[in-house]
Design a protein around this ligand. Sequence first.
Ligand SMILES: Nc1ncnc2c1ncn2[C@@H]1O[C@H](COP(=O)(O)OP(=O)(O)OP(=O)(O)O)[C@@H](O)[C@H]1O
Length: 232
Amino acid sequence: MTDAAISVRGLEHFFGEGEARKQALFDINLEIRRGSLTILMGPSGSGKTTLLTIMGCLREVYAGSIRLLDQELFASDEITRVDMRRRLGFIFQAHNLHDSLTARQNVMMGLQVHGRGDPKRHAQAADHLLGLLGLGERLDYRPANLSGGQKQRVAIARALVSNPDIIFADEPTAALDKVSGMAAVRLFKDLGRTRGTTTVMVTHDSRILDLADRIITLEDGRIIEDRAVSGA
Ligand SMILES: Nc1ncnc2c1ncn2[C@@H]1O[C@H](COP(=O)(O)OP(=O)(O)OP(=O)(O)O)[C@@H](O)[C@H]1O
């Protein structure tokens, strides 16, 4: 195994066809170390979400190479991508919680899609993570009775409960107050240190930049800055 969780070489991406064809990413090259926390920044339309979703196996790689956990995604088949997605955790703003399920049950869904297991242990894992995210008192609440920030924290717990190798997050802290936002990012960092979990997140949240190991800035589909953060 290499030290890179993600290795991107010469990645390009296009949307649309014919005259409407528009290039969204130009010659992206990146190596992201296992266990690190990387932030993607840049103005609206710069390509952050496109890059995140391609790296997360949610879009096809048309040109260039992406190796995720030592597996090439270019020209990969759907089975490989489905297997790979099981090793990833996704946190997006539209959190898609199930309205009829409690916070605990929603988090347990993050385990049940990965196959069978002991429901009691699933519940314990869900409760543990929800507790770490400050929702220990809300385990049996349904989404309708949770605030936007609380729902976001349930979505974070759901992404983490399966112990993913890589977490892809799009603005995970946008709906959170400062204390819960910092707690969530600290949790990503702790997982990096203790389990080697790699986190890549898109954010505009200046409160958490200091916690990153690395900040990559995109503009017009290109990386214009890539810097290590000292003292992270
Ligand atoms: N499904 C799509 N079809 C056509 N064009 C798209 C599609 N998704 C993104 N684009 C275009 O690709 C470019 C990059 O978009 P992307 O959403 O990756 O930017 P972003 O940096 O994440 O922006 P934001 O911060 O607003 O979410 C933009 O010009 C956008 O209009």
